[in-house]
Design a protein around this ligand. Sequence first.
Ligand code: IVH
Length: 701
Amino acid sequence: MDIQAAQIRIAELREILRENSRRYYVDNAPTMSDYEFDQLMHELERLEAEFPQFDSPDSPTRRVGSDLDAPVGANAESGARQGFVQRPHRYPMLSLGNTYSISEIEEFAARADKALDGMPFTYSCELKFDGTAICLSYRKGRLVQALTRGDGIQGDDVTENVRRIPGIPQQLQGDYPEEFEIRGEILMPYAAFDALNREREAQEEAPFANPRNAASGSLKLIDPEEVAHRGLICTLYHIPAESVTFASHSEALDAAARWGLPVSEDRRICHGIHEIKAFIDHWDSARKFLPYATDGIVIKINELACQRMLGYTAKSPRWAVAYKFKAEQACTELLSIDYQVGRTGAVTPVANLAPVQLSGTLVKRATLNNADQMALLDIRVGDWVFVEKGGEIIPKITGIDPARRVPGAERPAFPDRCPDCGTPLVRGEAEAKWFCPNQDGCPMQIKGRLLHFVSRKAMDILAGDMTVDQFYAAGLARTAADLYDISKYQLLSLEGWQDRAAQRFLDSLDASRQVPFERVLFALGIRYVGETTAKGLARHFGDIDALAAATREQLLEVEDVGEVIACSVFEFLHNPAHLEQIARLRAAGLRFSGAGQDAALSDALAGKTVVISGNFSISRERMKDLIVAHGGKAGSSVSARTAFLLAGAKPGPEKLRKCEKFGVPVVSEEEFMAMLPETASAGLPSGANPQPAAIEEPTLF
Ligand code: IVH
């Protein structure tokens, strides 16, 4: 790879990894599988080693993912507490190096052998628990503090919540040290996870994607009493060596178990690579019968003197490594390949598959990434292919079964013209993908940009694939600014649009005028500018004029912005067509200044926890933002502490029942809007509760 290609890829990987780390640790809603994340991290590590001139102390390869409490309104679970107190860790709370290959475990063992130079040592092999990390502090045998990992340097203080988790002793017994720390994982067993998701669905709340997210979301709930009912458990696996005086890690854990702390018995002392492999083999299948999730095996050098000799890198100990189990795979037949054009013009091959069950869902489509990936797999239509879940929705093809190849199966030809507009495709030297260069005329790109603009994380406008298709076909919208010119009359002339749906769309358009600058910036769809970069740029420059006036050098001053992003932003904001768009959006009333989340609009709801249920004239996300912007908190379930239930159309019966039980008032959308000061709710709807319109969400797969 040449230097320019490496620089682009490094910038791209850093943005992807930062974004997904935030989704994983803060939102508890990852969109990428752990395996994919780890592969991208390894790719970045390799590139940074090969091109050290692009080193950065901020790179995700040098920092542990941060779970620090999200800024107001940004947490996935509405009942999550905003603003935990953050406290420093006495010893940094690091991550673990990981691998999916046994040969890299062999290399780890060989490196340890060499570095320890004849010192005798053993390995402690343990399960890798898939929950959320916790650090407990005991003083005089009493639990005095519990911190999340946070960014490794400081964590959120969740002591009161942890006190409600059964199995974590408030008071130790026996010969415990005067003061020490112990670390481990908070887990939600499968049974509790299933029960919680059933309850959430009954209450019309989005279910958690997996037990890890559920554990992490539950640990940060507002109400410690609610935490007590989440069925969380804890298992502890690490006492920082500085904290105690044992000779080995296993002795320290045995002692912790005697003091009454929850320590897993599923650990073994292994004397060499053969025993390690046997332990891995055993648990690769046996773990399926455990009542909680595990995602691998952790192999630690057991003797603390040896651990001290090996020490740490910036991010992880040199005395431990995690072997991670691969995600579940399915094998099915490749029926055909479609080529999809994204909003940037990138062409992605998508496989149509004979439907197959994979981790509980029926998979019919999977991505093949790009032409190189197709060539690498040497894939043919009719092949039997291996499919893996890639995070939330998009599965991907990871290999083929050569033994089942049909003789004479033809190699598919990657198109040389855009499958949508017929323009010859181009591919820059540094690019992995082929692109359609017809930015202004290619319908898929135009519609893709509109879809990105209206998406929930961007402007949160109630429009999906079909709506954007309709607008495009009717000539109503080619650019984002066109959306704000659409009239009710025009909407009603479209097939299937009735007054209620039209009003809902217009209301959501209206509400988008309150979307903070950083999200507007993200919505513009500048290449390489994801949510995190947009936030950084908005914070640094404060408004679009300052950003547009910035030189490339000034852009580079922003944290995490490198050459590639700086160039992309600079070029975007020096393109007259884009500037005209921005001027129109500004005239339409969008926010092009101000950093951070919604500015505080009033303190009308100060000190009040409001639970919402049902459908409103604006999206629930916006409704929650509104509650927060007026000083309130958005709660997840009704309790005696709830100030009121904000009920839209069709509120959840369970929530209504709880309101009756606790005497919590039920407030309609109209009554709610009336509580807010006139000026502050300007631009937001104040009408009666319309029925929800059937507006489709954009779905590719
Ligand atoms: S030891 C200095 N042991 O996996 C690091 N970690 O992906 C000490 N984890 O950050 C960690 N099971 O949250 C250790 N048996 C185990 C573990 C374990 C799960 C977590 C831990 C760590 C993460 C790395």
